[in-house]
Design a protein around this ligand. Structure first.
Ligand code: BDR
Ligand code: CA
Length: 322
């Protein structure tokens, strides 16, 4: 029996999702993968997830398809960042590995209602998770923790205030954030501290194994955009792979804005307890005040050891050749 941490991953691969899967499949015990529509359509994200299990030598990991479309929002994709098929300019053959027949939402319900030893990672819009909670509300007590790449403690990427995963389906995110399930949030404030460039593409190419070759190809697409890119989803999962990569976090109350004209999809973090006493500081990393009216529901990542992350990432990808 593996003593690795057991996880189910809900994701929308997606270039950075693929890097996250490389890390998770090597370091964690991935019990199942559920695909959601997000960066591109579900027909691609589920196929890409199946491809990743084969590429990493783990076609035994079951892959399920969940929802393609957000609960209420108009459809938003990120194909300009990930390519129309989600893998930059790489097009893949239909994998031999088959998609599971069970709907991804029913799988989430089954796995968390029947097992006590699994936690959830989300790397895409929260549509599947919210739908699962609506269908089986007891999940609120059954999912021990969600590690979520989404939102931001400060600025957005899709709008000035909203990060893509939350912006795509704010109603779903609100359901999840209000569920009472403990959430660890790795938002853009941390993930944008990661900078990947063409030098990193060359480093991957030089490794000479199939996972690294694929990683180089998909990274070259985003690295080419403005000479740098951030592997947001890989940064997020690194918190579980090596807890020392996230060097500071704070427990605060986080709400998801669903109605604001300029702020729809924003993760509104209540930092009042952390307001610096010196007004030049936006946020103090130690508590400065007590605010009993604000009940923490999220552990928000604040500081990140980028060098350590890069070492773990490159060592992991190189290890696929061993
Ligand atoms: C997030 O949005 C997607 O484009 C990425 O895959 C990542 O999950 C970053 O904002
Ligand atoms: Ca993603």
């Amino acid at each position: 029996m593996s003593d690795k941490r057991k996880v189910v991953i809900d994701c929308d691969p997606g270039i950075d999702d693929c890097f996250a899967l490389m890390l998770c499949i090597k370091h964690l015990d991935v019990v199942g993968i559920v695909a959601v529509g997000g960066n591109t359509g579900l027909a691609y994200t589920e196929k890409n997830a199946r491809y990743m299990t084969e590429l990493t030598g783990r076609p035994d990991i079951p892959v399920y398809a969940g929802y393609d479309m957000p609960m209420m929002n108009k459809l938003v994709r990120a194909t300009e960042v990930h390519g129309s098929g989600g893998l930059g300019t790489v097009s893949i053959e239909e994998p031999k590995k088959k998609l599971e027949e069970q709907h991804g939402v029913d799988y989430l319900i089954d796995v968390f209602m029947n097992r006590d030893d699994v936690s959830l990672i989300t790397l895409g819009p929260l549509t599947n998770v919210a739908q699962a909670i609506l269908k089986e509300p007891r999940l609120k007590e059954r999912i021990p923790e969600i590690l979520c790449m989404g939102g931001s403690a400060f600025v957005g990427n899709t709008t000035p205030t909203a990060e893509f995963n939350i912006y795509v389906d704010p109603e779903a995110a609100k359901i999840v954030f209000e569920s009472g399930i403990p959430i660890r949030l790795v938002g853009l404030n941390v993930t944008r501290q990661n900078r990947m460039s063409y030098d990193d593409v060359d480093r991957l190419k030089a490794m000479g194994n199939p996972v690294a070759d694929f990683a180089a190809k998909i990274l070259s697409f985003t690295a080419g955009m403005d000479g740098r890119t951030s592997l947001c989803d890989a940064c997020a999962v690194s918190w579980l792979v090596d807890p020392n990569i996230i060097t500071k976090s704070a427990k605060v109350h986080v709400d998801v804005e669903t109605r604001g004209e300029f702020t729809r999809g924003m993760t509104v973090c209540d930092w009042r307890e952390y307001m610096g006493k010196n007004p030049k500081e936006d946020i103090s990393h130690e508590k400065q005040f007590e605010n009993p009216a604000s009940v923490p529901n999220v552990d928000v990542a604040l500081e990140f050891d980028e060098q350590r992350f890069r070492k773990v990432l490159f060592d992991t990808i190189a290890s696929y050749g061993e």
